[in-house]
Write a new protein. Structure first.
Length: 137
């Protein structure tokens, strides 16, 4: 944080000089912020870092199409917990997270049932369209 403050102060001083010289418009400001609670998770770089956190995952799965002659892609999403991942095979396994939105599907006030606790999504990294941290608040 102190590095950001030092940079911001130096940057502001340079902006003030440029404003006085007429090089840039007046009242230019700089805002620095963090990615926040629901930050996007970069698959290879962040999976290990956030493996114990609940995540919202948007993914697609390939399945046989209705005619049985080809493959079709189906999109899905949910709030999951990371069960495991393999960087060499470039795949991961997700389970349903024990959060309010998932518990409410079983009925208000009920815990996750056995079927929900045992459910797994095995997905290659390329099938993950969006992974971001999830806040239950």
């Amino acid at each position: 944080m102190s590095d950001i403050e030092v940079f911001s102060s130096a940057y502001r001083a340079r902006l003030d000089e440029a404003e006085r010289a007429g090089i840039i418009p007046e009242n230019v400001s700089l805002e620095v912020s963090s990615p926040g609670v629901e930050r996007v998770v970069r698959i290879l770089q962040d999976l290990d870092r956030f493996k114990d956190r609940t995540m919202y995952v948007k993914y697609f799965v390939e399945a046989a199409d209705e005619t049985g002659t080809g493959l079709s892609s189906k999109e899905g999403d949910g709030v999951f917990r990371l069960v495991s991942f393999d960087l060499e095979l470039r795949c991961c396994t997700w389970g349903i997270a024990d959060v309010k939105i998932n518990r409410d599907q079983a009925g208000k006030g009920r815990p996750l049932n056995k079927k929900q606790r045992d459910w797994r999504l095995n997905a290659p990294f390329h099938a993950l369209r969006l992974v971001r941290l999830y806040s239950d608040v």
